[in-house]
Design a protein around this ligand. Structure first.
Ligand SMILES: CC(C)(COP(=O)(O)OP(=O)(O)OC[C@H]1O[C@@H](n2cnc3c(N)ncnc32)[C@H](O)[C@@H]1OP(=O)(O)O)[C@@H](O)C(=O)NCCC(=O)NCCS
Length: 193
């Protein structure tokens, strides 16, 4: 199924300001590019990163042990530079097997130009092709821009857990869980109705 979902990539398109970009899944050759992309993340956002992303070794592991069934990072590139990333995480089995977890990050120099919008739309299509029924995203309650952006992209707030997560300075923050229902292909085809 994953091969079918990914066969359209790479795709070339233009952002709303005319910037020519390419969207494609992560590849083995992306280690250095990915590292540079994450190093551009502003300090306040780094406080909330779930993994120790500033170790080069981690990027090597990501690129060398690619497993799209579990983690599917979709990249947007401007020339040789990664300007956005959206990762679809799938749980294999268990009661959340129908729910994909989506994370999205846009390079600070390319925000407000539809990067996240395009990447999320592509991941929604992929998630539908894979048969997922829902998407989830987890955010720090203070990231109002990100919450608003995800609302614009079709997510709604599912719950808020107060003082639930710790940033890298051990300060607690609210955890917001957002979600989106996906229409599966059968529904589009009118099967059963
Ligand atoms: C959230 C984030 C991914 C948005 O990326 P982006 O590429 O700038 O977003 P887009 O240009 O595609 O805009 C998508 C929508 O968000 C809204 N939006 C984007 N930036 C905004 C801002 N600064 N203020 C208010 N709304 C904003 C827009 O309304 C837009 O919808 P519209 O075009 O229908 O009006 C980006 O700010 C980011 O990387 N934040 C840090 C990481 C993060 O918190 N990720 C979310 C957790 S999964």
């Amino acid at each position: 199924m994953i091969d079918i979902a990914l066969e359209k990539f790479p795709i070339s398109l233009k952002l709303r300001d005319g910037t020519a970009v390419v969207v494609r899944p992560l590849a083995k050759r992306d280690e250095a590019k990915l590292h540079n992309f994450f190093l551009a993340v502003p300090e306040e956002e780094r406080l909330f990163i779930k993994q120790p992303i500033f170790e080069r070794k981690m990027f090597r592991d990501w690129c060398r042990h690619i497993d799209f069934e579990s983690n599917l990072p979709l990249l947007m590139l401007h020339g040789n530079k990664i300007i956005g990333e959206a990762t679809l995480h799938q749980r294999s089995g268990g009661w959340k097997r129908h729910i994909g977890l989506l994370g999205v990050l846009t390079h600070p120099g390319y925000r407000g130009r539809d990067v996240a919008k395009i990447l999320v739309e592509e991941q929604v299509q992929i998630a539908r092709t894979l048969g997922l029924r829902k998407l989830e995203a987890e955010l720090n309650g203070e990231r109002k821009v990100a919450i608003h952006a995800l609302e614009q992209l079709g997510f709604t707030r599912l719950m808020c857990l107060e003082d639930y997560v710790l940033d890298m300075k051990a300060v607690p923050h609210d955890l917001i869980v957002m979600g989106m229902n996906l229409k599966v292909d059968e529904e589009y085809a009118g099967v059963g109705g």
